[in-house]
Design a protein around this ligand. Structure first.
Ligand SMILES: [Zn+2]
Length: 360
């Protein structure tokens, strides 16, 4: 994509900048805090050449600096220009026209108004960008599932996401939005995986007190989740697989060739319901081989898979349970191990590096 070809209206620039986390309060056309270097009133957004233009009195090592909207996004969101261009290539410049404000998150514990929840989730999904072949999300997935070769899933999108903790937004991270769909096709929730801004890894999110917060969270629940799944791929020849998580689903797909969905956790895996109308007759269940719970004497992941298999068989489906070979692993571990085993040259070079490091 040639950046000079990108022509955005004033509204589209504001929407795009906000989408990447530039606060609306800095885009008012007069002195405001700088999204890059802070302060109170050093930054002015004027869009005077129609390129998302801005001026900051301090951004050039304490001196005045002017720049365009792309530079503002890269510097404030910690992205490289190339990463940004890769993300923008595709849907986002079109999506940026939909300048709808994202409703604020509810206070925890408050009962959610369904109409409000639907608007919030629809708005998040509409504003999110499609996942290309080479953006942050596919790079993250290939990091977790080495050698992953799949078409981008229509059930996954990428967005800049607010992280809320104790009623406050404590930061924004890029993240994967996964569409959790109920058997009748209704939306259950959007599941979010927060990622580091500049490397393909799960975000480390800490409170000021150093408490580690989860990088994977559901957004509000619109409809009760039991029965549903994230439909990563289309069933093939009446067969589908189900797993607990995104990475295990992709790894199970790489190992088996079966299209795989995921249910988010073992409770929802055990509750999975085969949707009508897709011709599914065979369900492959890819269990996490968790350590045995001393209270029950069972591996919780395997137990959930067996429960699901029993119910599906009673409903007339063919259900096949797959379990990783090693205890306390999942299929993401099994796939990574199989990939490592096929890369002896790489392994040797790593060992050589380690030896070298030891001898220095
Ligand atoms: Zn500045």
């Amino acid at each position: 994509m040639n950046v000079k070809d990108v022509k955005l209206s004033a509204e589209q620039w504001v929407a795009l900048l906000q989408k990447y986390g530039v606060p609306a309060s800095s885009l008012i056309g007069k002195g405001a805090p700088c999204p890059i270097c802070g302060g109170n009133d050093r930054f002015t957004y004027d869009n005077n050449r129609g390129r998302g233009d801005w001026v900051c009195r301090k951004c050039n090592d304490g001196d005045r600096k002017a720049g365009d909207g792309f530079e503002l996004i890269c510097k404030s969101a910690g992205m490289t220009f190339r990463e940004l261009m890769i993300e923008l290539e595709g849907a986002s410049l079109v999506d940026a026209r939909q300048n709808r404000a994202q409703p604020a998150a509810p206070a925890p514990g408050r009962k959610v108004d369904p109409e409000w929840a639907r608007k919030r989730l629809d708005s998040m999904w509409d504003r999110a960008t499609l996942i290309g072949a080479d953006g942050l999300v596919p790079r993250y997935l290939r990091e977790r599932v080495p050698g992953l070769t799949v078409a981008p899933s229509a059930a996954l999108r990428m967005a800049m996401l607010d992280y809320r903790h104790e009623k406050k937004v404590i930061g924004q991270w890029p993240g994967i939005l996964a569409r959790f769909t109920l058997p009748d096709g209704r939306l259950g929730t959007l599941h979010r995986t927060f990622l580091e801004r500049s490397k393909p890894a799960k975000a480390s999110i800490l409170t000021n007190d150093g408490e580690i917060l989860p990088a994977k969270l559901n957004d509000v629940t619109l409809n009760k989740l039991n029965g549903g799944a994230v439909r990563l791929m289309d069933p093939v020849d009446g067969e589908i697989g189900v797993a607990e998580g995104l990475e295990t689903a992709y790894a199970a797909h790489m190992l088996s060739g079966v299209p795989v969905w995921y249910c988010l956790n073992r409770i929802l895996l055990a509750d999975f319901v085969v949707p009508d109308g897709l011709g599914i007759r065979v369900v492959h269940i890819f269990a996490d081989f968790d350590a045995v719970d001393p209270r029950t004497g069972k591996s919780p992941g395997v137990d959930a898979a067996l429960k699901l298999a029993k119910r599906l068989r009673a409903e007339g489906y063919t259900a096949i349970v797959h379990r990783p070979k090693k205890r306390e692993t999942d299929f993401a571990d099994e796939w990574s191990a199989s990939q490592a085993a096929h890369r002896p040259a790489f392994e040797m070079s790593v060992r050589r590096e380690q030896r070298k490091a030891l001898h220095v």
